[in-house]
Design a protein around this ligand. Sequence first.
Ligand code: NAD
Ligand code: ZN
Length: 340
Amino acid sequence: MRAYRLLDWQRAGFDEVPMPDPGPGEVRVRVGGVGLCHSDVIFLDSPAGVLPYELPFTLGHEIAGWIDAVGDGVTGVGTDEPVAVACMSPCGSCRWCRRGQDNYCVDTWHGRGFGTDGGLAEHIVVGAGQVVPLGDLDPRIVAPLTDAGATSYHAVKKVLPKIYDDSTVVVIGVGGLGAYGVQWLRILTSARIIAVEARPERIKAAADLGAHEVVEAGEGLSKRLAESIGGGGADAILDFVGSDATIRASMRNAAKAGAIALVGQGFGTGEVRYGAWAHDCDLFNPQGATIAELAEVIALAKSGDVVVEAEQFAFDDVEAAYERLKAGTLNGRAVVLPNG
Ligand code: NAD
Ligand code: ZN
């Protein structure tokens, strides 16, 4: 079958790979859609010696499709059933998995499509416990829920205890992940949501998706954000960019006893010293989502209250889709269709 792979460092392309067969406890998924994530850009652009991978592997970690074969001992899922595939590929038996914290099973740099074969192929084989039934949702549209949706959901769930009815929360970067971040906050809280964006079309999208105010990114962000928050700081700030400027703005504008989730892998830095940010304010870098959280995300999407922004691309156009992602000209997630 055809697969789009990281063949060598800084060299990706199509290759023929054997059609995988499901072993005991596994299912094979005919891939419907694969969302392209900004982390893919890191995998595509990194020179040798940076990332802990053996090459080649098939890219694509936001995967949804239809089950088309089941291995021995698999019950409860039927052929042709539409499913979402969890992107982290947890083992199910380590101490994290046994606690139900399967997002910590492997490190941020290992999962399906980052280190092991992902979904930019006609088929993928996965553990039967790592798929979530989609019901009436279309795999060719909702694939981004598996990472953009679920990772932002995990981050929002972690800051929920900090959010009260009178809270202000901030979402920085309303792209693939941040678009869901705004929506989870709208659905799960009654806080005032301030979004920060750089691109005019995403400023508009942020407001459409539920942000009450949108602050423009760029020079002077910290001060503009403070004015918009209006004193006391934001009880939660979700930074989906992670540049020097956004980290600084987050640390200066988070409230006492609040939280800052640094989700974006912009690899910016901030200064850590006593008093550099508000007292008792948590600062953490969340990792992925559990399979249970993915199931909650799918349930919310089934309720019809979630906007899934997807621009679809033919398999042959995957490189053009990555170029659009890199150039920042997508308005919503690119979803590639490996089976047309
Ligand atoms: P994306 O390119 O779809 O979205 C980024 C958005 O941020 C865009 O809308 C862009 O206009 C906006 N932006 C850029 N610079 C900005 C700035 N200075 N201020 C405000 N907005 C700005 O990217 P994505 O796929 O949503 O990924 C977001 C980040 O999350 C990436 O760094 C990615 O690597 C990371 N990520 C982390 C995890 C995790 O588990 N922690 C998982 C997936 C992705
Ligand atoms: Zn594990």
